[in-house]
Design a binder for this molecule. Structure first.
Ligand code: IPM
Ligand code: MG
Length: 352
């Protein structure tokens, strides 16, 4: 098949990890007789430096025209909170323009990495959870303003925004263990009370086989560590999802191994590792490319419908890890670790 993929390396370690994702995509294309047209486009801080805009018009056009977008990471100290133009709003704009309101962040503990997690291994057996994070609403997208010595961030959610993301969670839960934990702060926030009633109604009326429970976000942060295997699908709003997914990533041992997919109504999606641009190690060639490689697998699955190719990539990453391939973030103390490129080689070697 033919597929069009926009490739946004971004900032920091982004280009390094994306290069490995691209190598894996190219290997899959040549083995399975597909043609992937890959188009590299400037995005984030590098685009601000070159064009004065983190999301230049031609980058947005390329993303809109693509079947899927593979993104590394954006941001860095050069474009910090006081910079006149920052990269983060470009990412939010890209998500909004692509209409990718459903952010899937699966957290599965790779058997080979049980010891890399700071959590005791006995808590990790059977952990297989999926965050469904609302991605284009809430406090991220509300009005922001200052008045004198005060600053404001508005948080708004509409019934339809909650309904559509709940349906995504419902469909996914139905194909998994049939359980949704909807996370909010409804003991304090009005938007959270709306989330609770709307998600409850949608699941009860449209997904009879799925159970939904509700949990306050502070309790969820605790239970995620205390009894992670009890969770199946965690459905939550934009900000809580951002925070809880970094916490949840620690179950898997490292932010570096986790992929994500952002999807909307059609097949087009935005795929990125959940880690950031890690400016402290940028350019050293030691970042873990697994999160990006697994994001490329999600792209094949969700945007191109190539399920067996996606599985082949996932199996190759698991195999490389079980053979002992480790980048610095997941290597045991003092053990030898691979470079980003060598980890990519290990995954390629494990691809059958
Ligand atoms: C993420 C990131 C982004 C977010 C930042 C870079 C804007 O933390 O994808 O989790 O908060 O959504
Ligand atoms: Mg985040």
């Amino acid at each position: 098949m033919k597929g069009r993929i926009a490739v946004l390396g971004g900032d920091g370690i982004g280009p390094e990890v994306v290069a490995e994702g691209v190598r894996v995509l190219e290997a899959v294309a040549s083995r399975h007789g597909h043609v992937f047209e890959l188009e590299a486009l400037p995005f984030g801080g590098v685009a601000i430096d070159a064009f004065g805009d983190g999301l230049p018009e031609h980058t947005l056009e390329g993303c809109v025209a693509a079947d899927g977008v593979l993104l590394g990471a954006i941001g860095g100290p050069k474009w910090g909170p006081d910079a006149p133009v920052r990269p983060e709003p470009a990412l939010l704009r890209l998500r909004a323009e692509l209409g990718v309101y459903a952010n899937l962040r699966p957290i599965a503990v790779q058997q080979a990495l049980r010891d890399a997690s700071p959590i005791k291994p006995e808590y990790l057996d059977g952990v297989d959870l999926l965050f469904v994070r609302e991605l284009t609403g809430g406090i991220y997208f509300g009005r922001k303003w200052r008045e004198g010595a005060r600053a404001f961030d508005e948080c708004a959610y509409s019934v339809s925004e909650i309904e559509r993301i709940t349906r995504v969670a419902g469909r996914l839960a139905a194909s998994r263990r049939g359980k949704i934990t909807q996370v909010d702060k409804s003991n304090v926030l009005e938007t959270s009370r709306l989330w609770r009633t709307v998600s409850e109604r949608v699941i009860r009326t449209e997904f009879p086989g799925v159970k939904i429970e509700h949990m306050f976000v502070d309790a969820a942060a605790m239970h995620l560590i205390r009894r992670p295997r009890d969770f199946d699908v965690i459905l939550t709003e934009n900000l809580f999802g951002d925070i809880l997914t970094d916490e949840g990533a620690m179950l898997a041992g490292s932010l570096g191994v986790l992929p994500s997919a952002a999807l909307g109504e059609g097949r087009r999606g935005l795929y990125e590792p959940i880690h950031g641009s890690a400016p402290d190690i940028a350019g050293l060639g030691i970042a873990n490319p697994c999160g990006t490689i697994l994001s490329a697998a999600l792209l094949l699955r969700h945007s191109l419908g190539l399920e067996s190719e996606a599985r082949a990539i996932e199996a190759a990453v698991a195999k490389a890890l079980s053979r002992g391939a480790r980048t610095a973030d997941i290597a045991a103390n003092g053990a030898k670790s691979l470079s980003t490129r060598e980890m990519g080689d290990a995954v390629l070697a494990a691809l059958d």
